[in-house]
Design a protein around this ligand. Structure first.
Ligand code: GLC
Length: 475
């Protein structure tokens, strides 16, 4: 069985968030279990510049996009024993950044069409195309429309994964004929009120839909979470499955982490405390093991729940804690947190950039990791924090709910602290409960041990994907 992952990101070539991490690890985990996987992504400028000498040309051909006839170069690199394919067209991809251009609709329509054409130019047969998010949503749509009569592709099945339903690929309907090259009848698949919606079309046309946790799969039928697509998801939920992500347990390993000044493990926790001292020093905080250090590593956008933190910032600081936030995002949040960090200088910091090294140090050195997301399809940070013995405080939504079980002081079970409603004072109450447990060394030790012991590897998710592929193979 040959699976082709088509995605707009894949670590180590292109990553802006969780999608890049997942496509950077899931395929190699499948490969370890004997499944043949390849990965296809756009040849962005950053990749072309960095990997120029390793890129091998597979083929060159033209891709038709409505009235356009565009060049497509298909390149490949073998990395980690996996064939990566890159779609080259400098007009579309030789730019800064991956997204956010005025013509993203056209860029990813080209990418999706080129990906389908490429499958025909690669010797190895493709059985399943596994797509992720709106950037590849046109693949199942095209296979059921423009390519419906194409014998070479007739046996190809599609899986469409939703990593976040908030980004649907919604455009002005003028693109249907002029860019996508679809007819009026075919447009009905993607029609969504006054717009066209690519994710909606993929939900209808793919052979299976997956999303990145069981709870999120249920939430997708709920208008609170589904950004307008709850009815479509409900209608097609017979082919929907929630499979939680794992994390790369070799990259996030407290015993081997190359970014940490001190390594540690369940039985040798001194390293963690030394890291905490080092971070306190680096941030200009009072170096004191007894002061609880709370952290956030996040995009500063509303669905991450930063409004809640904004609302009760002073109340949190009044608990006598230290607080560090690492991330970038909406400038209103960036300004707010920077100004608060100024008010609480020496106890609070806003690191307004992104750095893998700093992220690792924060995950490893903090006592508590705050993730109060309004919605969270899966979330990887809470799992990473947990693995480093940093106790997650999370809202019970999506993957947060599925990965973090509330600590029960009586039974001593659970790997974090949770709260249910999207409410700043409920979150504050959860932080207070955390402080209470923190002040009891025995209980704290039990909780941090539970956190570190929890299995966040890809082992069981990979088994579920394999079942899904096998099911498809038999249809
Ligand atoms: C998106 C989601 C996040 C998930 C990631 C990987 O970034 O917002 O919750 O962990 O995709 O699936």
């Amino acid at each position: 069985m040959n699976i082709m992952f088509v995605s707009s990101e894949a670590n180590p070539f292109a990553k802006s968030g969780g999608l890049g991490d997942v496509i950077g690890t899931l395929p190699s985990e499948l490969k370890k279990r004997g499944i043949n996987v390849s990965i296809m992504i756009p040849l962005y400028k950053s990749i072309k510049e960095k990997y120029a000498s390793r890129l091998k040309l597979v083929d060159e051909f033209k891709v038709q996009l409505s009235w356009r006839n565009q060049y497509c170069g298909l390149f490949t690199i073998k990395e980690n024993n996996i064939d990566y394919y890159f779609i080259d067209n400098e007009y579309y991809f030789f730019r800064e950044g991956y997204y956010g251009h005025y013509d993203d609709g056209e860029r990813f329509a080209f990418f999706s069409k080129a990906a389908i054409e490429s499958v025909k130019h690669i010797e190895k047969r493709t059985d399943i195309i596994h797509c992720s998010d709106w950037q590849t949503a046109l693949i199942p749509i095209y296979l059921k429309t423009l390519y419906a009569q194409d014998k070479a592709l007739a046996a190809v099945k599609t899986v469409f994964s939703i990593h976040n339903i908030e980004y649907q690929g919604k455009f002005n309907p003028y693109i249907t004929g002029d860019i996508l090259g679809l007819s009026y009848e075919e447009e009905q698949l993607i029609k969504d009120g006054d717009s066209v919606n690519l994710m909606k079309g993929a939900i209808k046309t793919s052979d299976r839909i997956t999303t990145v946790s069981t709870s999120y799969a249920m939430e997708l039928k709920d208008p609170f979470f589904a950004s307008g697509l709850h009815r479509t998801v409900a209608e097609y939920s017979f082919k929907l499955r929630g499979i939680i992500n794992g994390i790369d347990t070799s990259e996030y390993d407290p015993e081997k982490d190359k970014y940490l000044p001190f390594r540690f493990s369940l039985d040798k926790m001194q390293g963690k405390y030394k890291n905490k001292e080092a971070l306190q020093k680096e941030l200009g905080f009072e170096v004191n093991a007894a002061i609880p250090l709370i952290s956030m590593v996040t995009r500063l956008v509303s669905h991450k729940g930063v409004d809640l933190v904004q609302r009760v910032y002073d109340e949190i600081m009044a608990l006598g804690v230290q607080l560090v936030i690492l991330g970038t995002g909406d400038s209103s949040y960036e300004h707010f947190f920077a100004s608060k960090a100024g008010d609480y200088r020496g106890r609070s910091a806003m690191l307004n950039f992104f750095s893998a090294e700093m992220a690792h140090k924060i995950y490893a050195s903090s006592d508590l990791f705050l993730m109060p997301s309004k919605s969270e399809p899966c979330g990887l940070s809470q799992m990473i924090a947990s693995r480093y013995g940093t106790v997650p405080i999370v809202r019970e939504a999506g993957g947060l709910k599925d990965s973090i079980a509330p600590f029960n002081p009586v039974t001593g079970t659970g790997n974090g602290i949770t709260f249910m409603s999207f409410d700043a004072y409920d979150m504050l109450d959860a932080i207070r409960r955390a402080m209470d447990i923190y002040s009891d060394p025995q209980m704290w030790k039990t909780l941090t041990k539970n956190a570190m012991k929890k299995d966040f590897s890809w082992k069981s998710p990979v088994a579920e994907y394999i079942n899904l592929y096998k099911e498809l193979e038999q249809e």
